[in-house]
Design a protein around this ligand. Structure first.
Ligand SMILES: Cc1cc2nc3c(=O)[nH]c(=O)nc-3n(C[C@H](O)[C@H](O)[C@H](O)COP(=O)(O)O)c2cc1C
Length: 519
């Protein structure tokens, strides 16, 4: 078979003639068929109650918006499998006991994702994602998180200066090295998360093995210096393998349950200390050989080097997105993979990051650089992207999909009326930004990244309630609102959670003030 033609020489119009591939159904190794190639990528909603909760009406309203969009697959934001290790505090958490009562809110979420709504005809696949978080922020301030080795996040960013150091020390404690019992317990928590998803009616789970969270910490020699059987040098996938094999053990989930893995496309080699894609490609090969995984979602970076969000600057060409070379190479590797444990076909590849124009999406599929396209931020700006694209291709009016969507600015657009609280807010932030420029010390990149993520978190709340995206809100305002603003589910005063809410609010304020230095 001849390799697909490069799309570099094609005009946008020629490329769009190939865009119909977006709507070609595709079959996962477990046998489930996805109606199209667009996967709503995982996005932490930041909408659960403080210190975690089950899904509630606000979250259901959000997912109803995506259900209306006819996505081929909807992957939820992170669902935490360990309630005492939350990254940001408003996570959905897997319940300890799986009873009709505890499963009810999860069943409601699974139902709303797959229920056909007005204009929707297909059933969406809805893998919940389970993952135990680590270093970013432990449940209790100053409590030590668990990790493969006692290496603090930020330990590899010495150039970040004293502010960065202080922020890392306050927010990101040095973890305690996990014992073998801790590891086995964590594996059980992931398996329990998958059981919860299956019993609630989700079609599958995605295990988060990227972005510096616990599973990827085991994979990377940067965060795992163990010398036992979980060593990153001798068996980097041991922990992930325990989880995947645990989920696939007979009786835990059905044969057609989807199991996906989100994987980083570059990792650090202990020899050279520089990131390279050789190790992750060997991980793709190994995962392919297990014959147990339905898809690998390709991403990259961690909270020291957040490439998965900083995608825009890294494009090599206007068509090629940041992790596309890696996903194309993964496709090649997986085509030749012969599973040893089962007779399932090799996993499909989802490419996520920067796919924010129709030509980029069409190009990745036309060149067989991915089977599926993972879309995160554009799914906030356009919750019904698949139906929008279908309509645009049918009518030939693709104008709104050809160029990159605009980004939010630090202060936001000027509000329509000068006499508004938003004007006052802009003034205060402008002054703070000005003052901050004179303070020596740099804010860690994690803070800048957090602010742009938090802007999308606020927009998620807006779209859940049927409102439009609001560019008059800037990054600083979004960061503050994430912690200080009214939320659909504020803390319950009297149960003690308000103290943590206040602590998080102060951290949020410090982050917001610091933004002027980095953004
Ligand atoms: C608001 C927000 C929340 C996110 N939460 C998660 C998450 O819970 N799990 C995850 O794997 N990635 C998460 N991501 C990363 C996205 O899945 C995706 O990898 C990244 O945004 C790049 O894709 P995009 O260019 O289409 O936005 C999040 C991104 C955003 C903007």
């Amino acid at each position: 078979m001849s390799p697909p033609m490069s799309t570099d020489a094609l005009s946008d119009e020629e490329l769009l003639q190939k865009a119909n591939k977006i709507f070609a159904p595709v079959t996962l190794p477990c046998g489930r068929v996805l109606p199209n190639r667009l996967a709503k990528a995982p996005m932490y909603e930041h909408m659960a109650a403080m210190w975690g909760s089950e899904p509630h009406n606000g979250i259901l309203a959000l997912y109803k918006r995506w259900a209306e969009g006819d996505w081929g697959m909807v992957i939820t934001g992170n669902v935490q499998v360990a309630k005492d290790h939350l990254p940001l505090g408003r996570d959905m958490i897997v319940p300890d006991e799986l009873t009709d009562a505890t499963l009810e809110p999860w069943r409601a979420l699974a139902d709303i994702i797959r229920t056909p709504h007005a204009g929707s005809s297909k059933t969406a696949d809805a893998p919940a994602r389970s993952r135990s978080s680590n270093s970013p922020m432990a449940r209790m301030p100053f409590a030590r998180p668990l990790a493969p080795s006692p290496i603090r996040l930020g330990a590899h960013s010495p150039k970040e200066g004293w502010v960065g150091n202080l922020a890392h020390r306050l927010m990101l404690q040095t973890p305690r090295e996990m014992t073998i019992e801790d590891i086995q317990h964590a594996v059980q928590q992931f398996v329990h998360g998958a059981q919860m998803a299956a019993q609630s009616g989700f079609d599958g789970v995605e295990v988060h093995a990227a972005h510096g969270y616990l599973v990827s910490q085991f994979i990377s020699p940067k965060s795992n210096t163990r010398t036992d059987e979980y060593s990153a040098e001798t068996d980097p996938l041991h922990f992930l393998r325990d989880i995947v094999f645990g989920i696939r053990t007979a009786g835990v989930v059905s044969e057609d349950f989807v199991v996906g893995v989100k994987l980083n496309s570059a990792d650090y080699s202990q020899d050279t200390g520089t990131p390279s894609s050789d190790r992750p490609l060997s991980h793709v090969r190994e995962i392919g050989k297990w014959g147990l995984v339905d898809f690998i979602e390709v991403s990259g970076g961690d909270y020291e080097d957040p490439q998965f969000i900083d995608t825009v600057q890294k494009f090599k060409s206007p068509r090629q997105v940041i992790f596309e070379t890696f996903s194309a190479r993964s496709m090649d590797i997986l085509t030749d993979c012969v599973p040893t444990a089962t007779r399932r076909p090799p996993p499909l590849v989802i490419l996520t990051g920067g796919l924010n124009t129709l030509p980029r999406m069409a190009s990745a599929l036309a060149q067989d650089h991915a089977h599926l396209l993972g879309i995160a931020r554009l799914a906030v700006l356009r919750p019904t992207l698949p139906t929008d694209i279908k309509h645009a291709l049918a009518t030939g009016d693709t104008r709104g999909l050809l160029t990159e969507p605009r980004q939010a600015t630090v202060l936001g657009d000027p509000p329509a009326s000068l006499l508004s609280l938003r004007t006052l807010e802009r003034l205060v932030f402008s002054i703070l930004k000005f003052i901050w420029a004179f303070i020596p010390g740099r804010i860690p990149r994690i803070v800048g990244t957090s602010a742009s993520v938090q802007w999308y978190n606020i927009m998620l709340r807006r779209i859940a309630f049927g409102q439009d995206v609001d560019y008059t809100l800037g990054l600083i305002g979004a960061a503050l609102r994430c912690y200080l603003g009214p939320t659909p589910y504020p803390p319950v005063v009297g149960d003690g959670s308000w103290r943590w809410w206040l602590a998080a609010a102060l951290v949020g304020m410090a982050m917001g003030v610091g933004l002027g230095q980095v953004v």
